[in-house]
Design a protein around this ligand. Sequence first.
Ligand code: RIB
Ligand code: CA
Length: 315
Amino acid sequence: MKERKKIIIDTDCGSDDAMAIAMALNDERYEVIMITTVSGNVRLKQATANTLTTLKVNNSYYPPVYEGCNDMLVRDWVGAAETHGNDGMGDLDLVDYSLKPQEGHAVLKMLEALRDAPADTIDVIALGPLTNLALAIKLEPETMKKVDKIVIMGTAGLGIGNVSPVAEFNIWQDPEACKIVLDSGIDPVYFVGWDACLGDAMLNAREIEEIRNGSEIGKFCIDSNIVLMDMNRDRFGENCLDMADPAAMAAALYPECIDKCEKYFCQVETNSGLSYGGVLVDFYHFSGKQENAYICSKLKADMYKDYIFRNLKVR
Ligand code: RIB
Ligand code: CA
């Protein structure tokens, strides 16, 4: 049996994070060695409770969950209640608050795991603001360079922003953290853009029903996205789900489903103003600067969705 690839998931566990976490836990080629939590969609304690609840409902194995940063590096926390609900999971009383995380700070536990492991044996997959990763880089830059790769749900990819004309939520919530990641020299760093989960990658009404009716974890993952689904029904006139974190998780664990992914020089805007938190992608290499990150802007929708169905135990 081929040894399972080790991964660390860093999450601000809202409802789309929950689906991505379940997909990772159910892909037997990978071992989630820990889950670290951070404020983002919701505050840290809620993100932790949502993560622990997802592990309980998925009921496969239970990686240690460690709490990380409650505050962003510089700017105030904002959250995304309008998209995920106040509890991040649709405000349906799905969350079990009796579950507790392990002792130890997420940043220190992430560094410990990477320090003690051979280089290039652990991937880090970030589904929320990059605050934990940025602090880990600041504390022990050479330890963080031992990561095999970092895959981030973040940036608008080659498209438009979802919280401003140019910014995607995870980066916009802590742009200074993203700058630390981009300037770290860690290679490769992949950003799966917001655009990768749009268009034909959106889950349609039939697919949503199939997932909801296909397994207990599938029902949990759909129900917890009720706020987003209601918002989309108003916006698009039908049930559909743009699942950003599942897109990033699929790109990370099943790269065969990637359609477009190229390396560019990328720069995050940390000056205040309308472009704050936007990530500039030097598509035509005008800057002449060394490319520092991959931008995954499109997935092969059928393969991506099949990966979701399989790893939510629907098919
Ligand atoms: O912009 C989408 C991202 O912001 C997703 O990770 C979602 O969970 C929120 O964190
Ligand atoms: Ca997230």
